[in-house]
Design a protein around this ligand. Structure first.
Ligand code: SF4
Ligand code: F3S
Length: 265
């Protein structure tokens, strides 16, 4: 029996650190194996594909041709427009490859804060002229899955949702409301200490040892929208605040610059 065709997904990596792919591989529900063997045809992905060089680029071209207008394009990393030569793949600038691949995509998922908002490469003084996917592509639905990196199941859950039900409901920054609808502070287990005015003042004082609120140590939970306090990381094991460090707001635009990592708001 001929197997039903799985939807084609093309994943492009631009100015990034591979953290988003590292995160993707740790998804447990759906698992990365379940996703790429049962649900999607991952036709191009630098880190995960067996092919390289000419063969890899040919696979991308073939997938785009065969599934034109129907494939889902996933992008991680920002796009340098200060000088297109700052980042190229197979001699093609990131800018040109994005425009070419976006033209035939049904929808684009910008994975990670770099693709969604420019991220770390865009931090002051932004030496490469880094911009987000949405800064360049204006005629396709773009779903931003921000985070540095995003939570594993938020990446795979968003891909699965788009393939099953279509584009999810998005917030004002283009992120799925199901995962980014609430801020960290409102779901944080340290919130009772915040309400009682009990704050750690240094990372090794008695308040820190007692698990008090990390607001005075620069926690950006009150202005950060993400699912870390509920879904957590590593199959629901923990998240930064539970590990003793305040949220640095990694799912928000310009998080690297706003407020400074260790300055209170
Ligand atoms: Fe809010 Fe951060 Fe304090 Fe949690 S640790 S209650 S997110 S300020
Ligand atoms: Fe990022 Fe804050 Fe979650 S730093 S990983 S959004 S707790």
């Amino acid at each position: 029996l001929e197997q039903a065709k799985r939807p084609s997904v093309i994943w492009l990596s631009f100015q990034e650190c591979t953290g988003c792919t590292e995160s993707l591989t740790r998804s447990h529900s759906p698992s990365i194996e379940g996703l790429i063997f049962d649900a999607i045809s991952l036709d191009y992905h630098h880190t995960l594909q067996a092919a390289s060089g000419y063969g890899a680029e040919e696979a991308r071209a073939e997938a785009m041709k065969e599934h034109y207008g129907k494939y889902v394009l996933v992008v991680d990393g920002s796009i340098p427009i200060g000088n297109p030569g700052f980042s190229t793949i197979a001699g093609i600038s990131n800018l040109d490859m994005l425009k070419e691949a976006a033209a035939g995509a049904a929808a684009i998922i910008a994975v990670g804060t770099c693709a969604a908002f420019g991220g770390l490469p865009k931090a002051d003084p932004n030496p490469t002229g880094a911009v987000s996917v949405a800064d360049i592509i204006k005629d396709k639905p773009i779903i931003n899955v921000s985070g540095c990196p995003p939570i594993p199941v938020v990446i795979t859950g968003t891909i699965a949702h788009i393939l099953t039900f279509g584009i999810p409901e998005l917030d004002s920054l283009g992120r799925p409301k199901a995962f980014y609808g609430q801020n960290i502070h409102d779901r944080c287990y340290r919130r009772p200490f915040y309400e009682r005015g009990l704050f750690a003042e240094t990372f090794d004082d008695e308040g820190a040892k007692a698990g008090w609120c990390l607001y005075k140590l620069g926690c950006k939970g009150p202005v950060t929208y993400n699912a870390c306090a509920t879904l957590k990381w590593n199959e629901g094991t923990s998240f930064p605040i539970e590990a003793g460090h305040g949220c640095i707001g990694c799912s928000e635009p310009n998080f690297w610059d706003f407020g400074g990592l260790y300055k209170a708001l």
